[in-house]
Design a protein around this ligand. Structure first.
Ligand code: FMN
Length: 184
């Protein structure tokens, strides 16, 4: 466990395919995360195959409509943005419903982030590569509509999942001491 926590790294270059049973198991690991009052606030939407391309096209249109571009320049943006959803064979979209009580909503969001970390660690355990991404697509109402989420839901992560196609970059040194205070 400790070795897994120390060695997990984001891997952005992903390829191949992921076994459906492994995806199911990753979601089982996700829902094992702690959540206060067992509200089970999370939802997981799996995008594979052509569904990634459909979302990519929608996303590209959203980006391009706000840019004063036409012709080849616009086509280039459309292609680049649409390709973003194809950076992995599987996307797991982790979202959370928003409870009317702000404290519950904050705790539900935290629980869903913990669930996402379980997915990342589980993926590492399976020898898969994974990358937690958000970006503007995570906050676009049209993307939530495409995913059939409620407008008040929040997307916590797009987890890009696949077989690692590159070595992860070495971790940036992190200083635990500098962010720790002790009160005795
Ligand atoms: C809430 C959240 C959002 C993130 N969004 C992005 C993103 O949009 N694009 C990206 O490249 N990485 C994103 N990341 C991944 C971080 O960039 C990554 O974890 C960080 O670079 C450290 O790398 P490591 O996971 O290998 O330690 C996100 C991570 C979190 C927790």
């Amino acid at each position: 466990m400790i070795e897994a926590l120390r060695s997990r790294r984001s891997i952005g270059k992903l390829e191949g395919d992921v076994d459906q049973m492994q995806i199911r198991e990753l979601i089982e690991l996700a829902v094992a995360a702690p959540n206060h009052r067992l509200t089970e606030p999370w939802r997981f939407t799996i995008l594979r195959g052509a569904a990634r391309a459909r979302l990519g096209r929608l996303w590209a249109e959203i980006v391009a409509r706000d840019l004063p571009l036409s012709g080849e320049a616009r086509a280039g943006v459309l292609q680049r943005e649409a390709g973003k959803m194809l950076r992995a064979p599987v996307l797991i979209v982790a979202s959370v419903r928003t409870d009317p009580d702000p404290i519950t909503a904050a705790e539900d969001f935290a629980a869903t982030a913990a669930a996402v970390e379980n997915v990342l660690l589980g993926a590492a355990g399976f020898g898969l590569g994974a990358m937690w991404r958000t970006g503007a697509a995570a906050y676009a109402p049209e993307v939530k509509a495409f995913l059939e989420l409620d407008p008040s839901d929040r997307i916590v992560a797009f987890v890009y999942l696949g077989r690692p196609a590159a070595e992860p970059s070495p971790p940036k040194p992190r200083d635990a001491e500098a962010v720790t205070r002790w009160f005795d």
